[in-house]
Design a protein around this ligand. Structure first.
Ligand SMILES: NC(=O)c1ccc[n+]([C@@H]2O[C@H](COP(=O)([O-])OP(=O)(O)OC[C@H]3O[C@@H](n4cnc5c(N)ncnc54)[C@H](OP(=O)(O)O)[C@@H]3O)[C@@H](O)[C@H]2O)c1
Length: 266
C-alpha cells in the first residue's frame, strides 16, 4: 500500500486538523494536503509546514483524490451543493459529519463518486483513534482505501451504516466522557494528597493500562475487576460506593441521552 493520494480536508477545524496532524505524523507529507476553511488565515501554520490552504473548496476538490468532509452538520448540504460539479468517480468522498446518511450525501452529489462515512475521534492526532467506517457494498474499493488510511492513526472497524450513530457516541463523544472520568478521579487524588499534575499522570496512565489489559487479553472487564477486588478490601468498598451513587447507570443514561440528540443535529 502506498499512501500517496492527495487529500482535501473541507472544514479544517478541530477534527479536520487532527486528521491532518495524525496522518503527517505517519506516512504522509504536508504537501499531499489541501486544507480549507472560510477563515483560511487561521491555517497559516499548516501552510508554513507545506500544506496547501485556502477557502476555495472546489479548487481543493479538483486537486485531490480523497475528499474528507469535516464541517458541522448544518454546513454540509451547502458545501455538497458547492463542490458537486468538481466530483467524479475517480475520487472518494469521506464524510465524518454527524447525522448525514450515505444516501442523503449521494442524493446531494448526484452519485458522482463513492461515499464512505467515517467516525474517528480526536485521538487520531496521537495515532490512537477508534474509527468506525461504513459504505455501500458497491463502494468496496473506497472503503478499503479509507480503512488503510485511518488504520495509520489507530484502530478501524467496518460497521453497518445503521450503527454509525452509535459509533459517534461511543468513540467520538467517548473521548469527552473518559476525560471527565480522568478529571474527576484526579480531583479525588488531589483530595487524598497528590499535586494536580501527579494525580493526572497517575490516573491517565492507569486508564491507559486498564484499556491495554482489555485490548491485549480480550478479557471481560469484570475478570480484571475481580483480580483487583480483595475481599473486604478498599477497591470493592470504593467501587460499591460509586455504584450506590449510580456510576454505571449514569454512564449508560448519558450515552443514551447523547444518542437521542443525534437526530436533532441537522
Ligand atoms: N470533534 C470531534 O471529535 C469529531 C469526531 C468525529 C466527527 N466529528 C464531526 O466533524 C465535524 C466537524 O467537527 P469539529 O469539531 O471539527 O468542528 P469545527 O472545529 O467547528 O470545524 C468545522 C470547520 O468547518 C469550517 N467551515 C465552515 N463552513 C465552511 C465552508 N463553507 N467551507 C470550508 N470550511 C468551512 C469552519 O471554519 P470557518 O468558520 O473558518 O469556515 C471550521 O473550521 C462535525 O460534523 C462533527 O460532528 C467531530
Amino acid at each position: 500500500m502506498n499512501y500517496e493520494k492527495k487529500i482535501a480536508i473541507i472544514g479544517s477545524g478541530n477534527i479536520g486538523t487532527a486528521i491532518y496532524r495524525g496522518l503527517i505524523s505517519k506516512k504522509l507529507s504536508p504537501g499531499q494536503f489541501f486544507l480549507t476553511r472560510r477563515q483560511s488565515d487561521l491555517l497559516a501554520k499548516y501552510k508554513a509546514e507545506g500544506a496547501q490552504v485556502g477557502s476555495d473548496n472546489n479548487e481543493a476538490v479538483q486537486k485531490s483524490e480523497i475528499i474528507i468532509l469535516s464541517v458541522l452538520p448544518s454546513q454540509l448540504k451547502e458545501i455538497l451543493f458547492e463542490i458537486k460539479d468538481s466530483l467524479d468517480d475517480s475520487k472518494i468522498l469521506i464524510s465524518i459529519v454527524t447525522a448525514y446518511s450515505i444516501s442523503e450525501i449521494k442524493t446531494f452529489t448526484e452519485s458522482k463518486c463513492p461515499v464512505v462515512l467515517a467516525m474517528p475521534n480526536t485521538a487520531l492526532s496521537v495515532g490512537e483513534s477508534m474509527t468506525c467506517i461504513a459504505a455501500d457494498k458497491s463502494d468496496k474499493a473506497a472503503i478499503d482505501i479509507t480503512f488503510d488510511y485511518f488504520e495509520l492513526v489507530g484502530k478501524v472497524l467496518k460497521i453497518p451504516e445503521n450503527l454509525i450513530g452509535g459509533a459517534t457516541i461511543l468513540a467520538a463523544c467517548g473521548v469527552a466522557f473518559f476525560m471527565r472520568y480522568i478529571r474527576a478521579a484526579s480531583q479525588g487524588g488531589i483530595q487524598v494528597g497528590f499535586h494536580a499534575g501527579d494525580a493526572q499522570l497517575i490516573v491517565a496512565q492507569t486508564a491507559k493500562g486498564a484499556s491495554k489489559l482489555l485490548l491485549t487479553t480480550g478479557n471481560h472487564p469484570e475478570t480484571e475487576i475481580d483480580k483487583v477486588t480483595t475481599p473486604m478490601g478498599c477497591t470493592i468498598a470504593g467501587l460499591n460506593e460509586m455504584e450506590h451513587n449510580g456510576m454505571s447507570s449514569a454512564l449508560i443514561k448519558g450515552i443514551v441521552a447523547s444518542y437521542n440528540e443525534l437526530s436533532k443535529l441537522k
